[in-house]
Design a protein around this ligand. Structure first.
Ligand SMILES: Cc1ncc(COP(=O)(O)O)c(C=O)c1O
Length: 485
């Protein structure tokens, strides 16, 4: 005993001794009522100072694992290990067998668990996360220190389900500057777009609800719609957004509870819906009385052309659009802050769902973000990040044009491009062949609502170095030509 004690750097020694002794007690190596070595003995055995042992024994007593008998020494508390590993009450549950339909479907749709395990050094076009080397850490640290010094105690306590008030006020203005009529509307802060979407769907789903959306669309959205039991109708896209003719036909033939749309820098096609199409779309939705869930995740990553107002702005004073915002691409996905902007009556209910679910989004995260925005950093950061992404976007676009035998190529901005090959071409076969040469991308079929799209792929370029963009796309293009024969 005591031979396997190993100190690690940086953690107080007495805590390491206390934890070590606790483990011995829990494992039963030290039994209830047994006398512990004297502090002098143990300090020699563990090669640490006697003071550390004295503090460790005091800690064990505080935690109820030991007691002292005056003049005799320390002993293991009588019942400290009596309730651990009581063999006669241990049994094994078959948790897999107990999983319900929801858990099974969530696992089945969890593509992260089935992703390719790429070797180190692989050129990966699979991510559309921001490039963390661009993050202005000093300004984030300053925002954290600023906010903590103003109201650190409050921030570490429980907050409000609706969100951190200064951030909500900031976002009200932020959305107003996008042309949104904020009268009668309210905001709920969520853990990114994904939680906001999940909360909205929980409020709307009836078990056999139906939704209309672009085809292809955001894979996580498809997953959540399926998990909420939505029947999904996908509408094909044109170069300037959803095909309005096909949409009108579907609306006239079926009945839908809501629409989910990504009008700007759509995932995966990167398409920005034209202003004319937005007008036409909103008229159709008004005619058929379909509420729209608008995903505005990428709006700020515009490299050319003029600002296009979100659908919720196009809707004017109407209350039928539920806008989901996120700072995951524009700033930092690790902070997990997004928001739902919608009619105040809807937000009133969503707030209760949020409270029941997670009480509220981390106030610390919200307040850091708020102070960062308040200090004027978003503008500075976006200027730098957009210049870098624009350069990479143009390089990727040019490389696709130079090397890939595509049928169509789309992407008006954002962090990815979408490639379509001739019908019959299979990008999963291409992926396997490219993986063997150290290059991976996202096969497009996962974004399709109807099991199609085998001839498509998405290229995320934000985290790929320039030389790898060239090299990787050249390999994809050459391999595609070989497969085409
Ligand atoms: C279409 C779309 N919406 C929203 C998001 C952001 O989700 P979240 O805010 O939960 O990180 C993404 C991220 O890739 C996306 O592709």
């Amino acid at each position: 005993m005591f031979k396997d004690f190993e100190l690690i750097a940086g953690r107080p020694v007495y805590i390491q001794v206390k934890d070590y002794m606790k483990r011995l007690i829990i494992k039963g190596a030290l039994q209830g009522g047994q006398k512990l070595p004297s502090t002098r003995e143990l300090s020699i055995l563990l090669k640490v100072s006697r003071n550390s042992i004295i503090a460790a024994y005091t800690g064990l007593e505080d935690d109820g694992f030991a007691y002292t008998v005056q003049g005799q020494g320390s002993y293991v508390a009588l019942e400290a290990n009596a309730s651990v590993n009581a063999a006669d009450s241990s049994w094994s549950m078959d948790w897999k067998a107990r999983m319900n339909g929801h858990a099974r479907l969530a696992e089945e749709l969890d593509i992260m668990k089935r992703g390719i395990r790429a070797a180190k050094g692989t050129i990966s076009f699979t991510s559309i996360a921001p490039d963390e080397s661009l993050f202005d850490l000093d300004n984030v640290k300053r925002a954290f220190m600023d906010r903590m010094s103003v109201e650190g105690n409050v921030l570490l306590n429980y907050g409000y389900a609706k969100g951190y008030k200064p951030l909500i006020d900031y976002l009200r203005q932020y959305m107003e500057h996008k042309g949104v009529d904020m009268k009668g509307k309210d905001i709920l802060i969520t853990n990114g777009f994904t939680e906001g979407f999940d909360i909205v769907l929980s409020a709307l789903s009836t078990g056999n609800s139906s939704v209309i959306c672009e085809n292809p669309t955001h894979h996580t959205a498809i997953k959540n719609l399926k998990l909420h039991g939505f029947d999904i109708t996908g509408i094909a896209m044109e170069r300037d957004g959803i095909h309005l003719g096909n949409l009108e036909q579907a609306l006239s033939e079926g009945s839908f509870d809501c629409a989910y749309l990504v009008p700007s820098y759509h995932n995966p096609t990167g398409i920005v819906m034209s202003p004319e199409k937005r007008q036409g779309l909103m008229k159709l939705m008004a005619n058929y009385k379909i509420p729209v869930i608008e995903d505005g995740f990428n709006e700020e990553l515009r490299y050319s052309g003029s600002h296009v107002a979100p659908l919720i702005a196009t809707a004017g004073a109407g209350n039928s659009v539920v806008y989901l915002g996120s700072f995951s691409k524009v700033l930092f996905p690790g902070l997990r802050v997004g928001w739902v902007l919608a009619d105040q009556e809807l937000i009133y209910y969503l707030e209760s769902i949020k409270r029941a679910r997670s009480i509220h989004t981390s106030t610390l995260d919200q307040s850091i973000l708020y102070q960062y925005l308040y200090n004027g950093n978003l503008e500075k950061y976006l200027k730098k990040a957009k210049a870098e992404y624009k350069r990479k976007y143009e390089l990727t676009l040019q490389c696709c044009k130079d090397y890939i035998p595509y049928t169509t190529l789309s992407g008006d901005g954002g962090l990815h491009l979408f490639v379509t090959f001739p019908e019959g071409f299979n990008t999963r076969v291409l992926l396997t062949a490219c993986l063997a040469q150290g290059v991976i991308f996202t096969a497009g079929d996962i974004f399709f609502t109807d099991g199609k799209g085998q001839h498509t792929l998405r290229l995320g370029f934000s985290r790929v170095a320039d030389e790898d963009i060239r090299k990787g796309i050249e390999i994809i293009g050459r391999t595609a030509r070989q497969l085409m024969g």
